[in-house]
Design a protein around this ligand. Sequence first.
Ligand SMILES: *[C@@H]1O[C@H](CO)[C@@H](O)[C@H](O)[C@H]1NC(C)=O
Ligand SMILES: *[C@@H]1O[C@H](CO)[C@@H](O)[C@H](O)[C@H]1NC(C)=O
Ligand SMILES: *[C@@H]1O[C@H](CO)[C@@H](O)[C@H](O)[C@H]1NC(C)=O
Ligand SMILES: *[C@@H]1O[C@H](CO)[C@@H](O)[C@H](O)[C@H]1NC(C)=O
Ligand SMILES: *[C@@H]1O[C@H](CO)[C@@H](O)[C@H](O)[C@H]1NC(C)=O
Ligand SMILES: *[C@@H]1O[C@H](CO)[C@@H](O)[C@H](O)[C@H]1NC(C)=O
Length: 638
Amino acid sequence: MILQLKLLALSLIWWSSINVEYAVAATRNPRLINTGCSQVNASNPGSFFANVNDSILEMREEISNDNKHFGTAYKARGEVLTYAMFQCRNYVSKNDCLACFNTASTQIRNCSKANGARVIYNDCFLRYESERFYQQTNEIGGGVTCGNKSSNATGFRAVGQQALVDLQTATPKIKGFYAATKTQVEGGSAIYAIAQCVETASPQKCLDCMQVGYNNLQSCLPSTDGTAYDAGCFMRYSTTPFFADNQTIDIRPYLKEGGSSKKWAIIGGVVGGVVLLLLLFAWRLFTKPKRVPKADILGATELKGPVNFKYKDLKAATKNFSADNKLGEGGFGAVYKGTLKNGKVVAVKKLVLGKSNKMKDDFESEVKLISNVHHRNLVRLLGCCSIDQERILVYEYMANSSLDKFLFGDKKGSLNWKQRYDIILGTARGLAYLHEEFHVSIIHRDIKTGNILLDDDLQPKIADFGLARLLPKDRSHLSTKFAGTLGYTAPEYAMQGQLSEKADTYSYGIVVLEIISGQKSTDVKISDEGREYLLQRAWKLYERGMQLDLVDKRIELNEYDAEEVKKIIEIALLCTQASAATRPTMSELVVLLKSKGLVEDLRPTTPVYVETNMMNRESISTGSPSNATISISVLSAR
Ligand SMILES: *[C@@H]1O[C@H](CO)[C@@H](O)[C@H](O)[C@H]1NC(C)=O
Ligand SMILES: *[C@@H]1O[C@H](CO)[C@@H](O)[C@H](O)[C@H]1NC(C)=O
Ligand SMILES: *[C@@H]1O[C@H](CO)[C@@H](O)[C@H](O)[C@H]1NC(C)=O
Ligand SMILES: *[C@@H]1O[C@H](CO)[C@@H](O)[C@H](O)[C@H]1NC(C)=O
Ligand SMILES: *[C@@H]1O[C@H](CO)[C@@H](O)[C@H](O)[C@H]1NC(C)=O
Ligand SMILES: *[C@@H]1O[C@H](CO)[C@@H](O)[C@H](O)[C@H]1NC(C)=O
């Protein structure tokens, strides 16, 4: 349980949260539970906050005119988009809803210029963002506050626990995602409890959120009050009535499918006070998080954070990290193929990191962050293991290994054009997610064909994201030991350590050229005009309108549309432009890739390439760069 709460704390990465002390309040005064402000300011505050103001007006109208308890508002001024949402608990009257909304809309100004904000009250919540969040339920991190008064009624914990389990089960099945119950406790007081999800969530997302909320809230028992909140759901119980008895909802019809354990639980609730059953509940309480996840609760389990693997299990899975099981050696350490006791095949990565305590903390928070990244074009982190100096990550296993094998290795030439195009697009999508859609912008820093894994359908999945942040700052660029790989690294990052998403854009452009040409970026071709790296060659061919000469001769001519390939080469060259500012963002690239026709108005400018003295590359990768010569050559056609 302690671990769970710790992970909860770690999940508040984006939101700088203020938890407000819980105090029992019988009146309808809105009580502030949690506030959060995005740590990024709106890039165009004028338009953004005009949008926010419009949204608030519109939603207020919905409450006062239509008696709505839930609503969203979307506003666009030019390029500036604003998404907003409010929700009142269903038990509050129209006037109380309006009062809570007004309080919330004042409090939310507290976030000043932030491009996202939320305020959660006991009776309502309000949130706005510059990105769509309506389906989110527990991506951002919730919390729990428990009252400090404990009930000493016999069986209180067991009855409370059952009431909460029932709410968790029933609410996602009820239209409108709201339930309110009153449960009598033997010997006096009753437990009033509600659960609610945002109406824009899916039932599954609602359930995921309820499960996290339930797990947090049950830790409050036997306290007489508890409130669990999250981005898209809310649960609260109290022995103090906070809604009228005639406002309860009969949830029994939604509990019927429950298994035998539920029946036992209901009997337990009725009988109450029987010591044996209390023991049973205590057992359930402590064993529940460890239960083998069924398919449908996998989501919620994962949201509790990464699985902590036992070192001895990983050792057994990889046959003591044997050479036979070794899949490769990456920038952060060796990767092994492992077979867990349950038969699942995984990739086990033994990290080589520093030894400081700071690194330990960084590791935990980074692992927590990475394990929340879910995208079909990104390799899933399943869990970790941290023992003494060892830091081990466990990833999903990709049987087809990495893209470089298909371009330059033993499977060279086996990808057709359609497959190459899918990899180009999928990789862009994965990066766009890391940069722009995940709540913390993650710059990969080491995009290369060796870090793009292929699944059974040859769809790309990017590996190793997030890890570069663990490198000490002074080791994070080329002047000492940089996080990237020569041949792929953007010059401003390699030379000056200037890091932005556009460094990934650059590396992505190089990868695209490699996919199209089947030539390694560091391979030199000798032409009439001397030695040429891939990027130099691509640029020269492009300038002469001969870019189709770049295409891998192993791709059948009739497989691809010449105009499409030309367009993609042009897009790759947009990515490798010297000025980082002029390179497109990854989401722009996704749009460009999917659009028909040429990129008329976006003429790439001259690329820059980090050229290294081949003799000295060894010394760079071993970390003693003093004698390495690194030169930037600005490539031009003539
Ligand atoms: C955001 O804006 C506020 C108020 O204008 C300012 O105090 C703060 O430093 C800004 N934060 C960032 C990260 O730019
Ligand atoms: C939005 O409303 C607030 C409060 O009413 C006001 O201070 C602010 O100037 C408004 N912002 C814009 C951009 O209209
Ligand atoms: C924001 O709200 C918190 C808690 O209500 C308060 O302590 C803080 O001073 C407020 N900040 C601003 C800038 O109003
Ligand atoms: C509960 O917390 C409140 C606020 O912190 C405090 O005033 C009160 O004395 C506490 N009650 C108990 C029983 O600890
Ligand atoms: C139970 O709680 C009541 C008040 O809530 C208190 O007066 C009583 O002493 C408590 N009994 C025990 C055994 O703690
Ligand atoms: C619910 O009970 C309250 C009094 O507690 C009463 O005013 C109200 O009319 C009742 N509502 C319904 C729908 O019965």
